[in-house]
Design a protein around this ligand. Structure first.
Ligand code: SAM
Length: 160
């Protein structure tokens, strides 16, 4: 059974370096026309990540890599997985240009067994069940999955 737990948001402003990464990511993704990419609200995601315990972070479907980069800025050991190659290339360049120590890997996260303490995913609503099943199958006990539904709705699913 799916039992989400309550999330708290950090009571802090998004710092200027994070705002620059967000703005640059949104600018650089403009040339990419890929039906599956929709940006999450990065300021909201930042305040969610800022409130959680740091550890290994994996973004499933990392798009432009902005969430992965924000996680790295916040002190997570972060990486992203993305299956659209042009996005992988652009996100790698973005994160390199911002000198962030995190990475993006090309691949289908549903075919991988990524091990992390915290996962983040933003997918189509009709894919959430598959996402949750995959999380329960591969994630280590005690890890958590953040599912972004919208700027007012980010859910946290723990792995018991
Ligand atoms: C809605 S976008 C969100 C992108 C990013 N997480 C964000 O918050 O801005 C979903 C991304 O996941 C990627 N994606 C979808 N299914 C995937 C899969 N099975 N493996 C890897 N990437 C996937 C898409 O190509 C797309 O870039």
């Amino acid at each position: 059974m799916t039992e989400y737990v309550m999330l708290h948001l950090a009571d802090e402003q998004v710092p200027p370096d994070a705002e620059r990464l967000i703005a640059e990511g949104l600018e650089r993704v403009k040339g990419i026309n890929w039906f599956d990419f929709v940006a999450s609200d990065y300021q909201v995601v930042y305040t969610v990540l800022a409130a959680l315990q740091r550890g290994r972070f994996c973004e499933w479907g990392s798009g432009m890599g902005v969430v992965t980069g924000l996680a790295a800025m916040l002190g997570y050991d972060a990486y992203g997985v993305e299956f659209h190659e042009p996005l992988v290339e652009r996100s790698k360049a973005l994160l390199r240009d911002f000198k962030l120590s995190c990475r993006v890997e090309l691949g289908d996260y549903l075919e991988r067994e990524d091990q992390a303490d915290l996962y983040f995913a933003y997918c189509w609503p009709n894919r959430v069940m598959q996402l949750e099943e995959h999380f329960h199958k591969v994630a280590p006990r005690g890890s958590r999955l953040l599912v972004y539904y919208g700027r007012n709705d980010v859910r946290c699913l723990p792995k018991q």
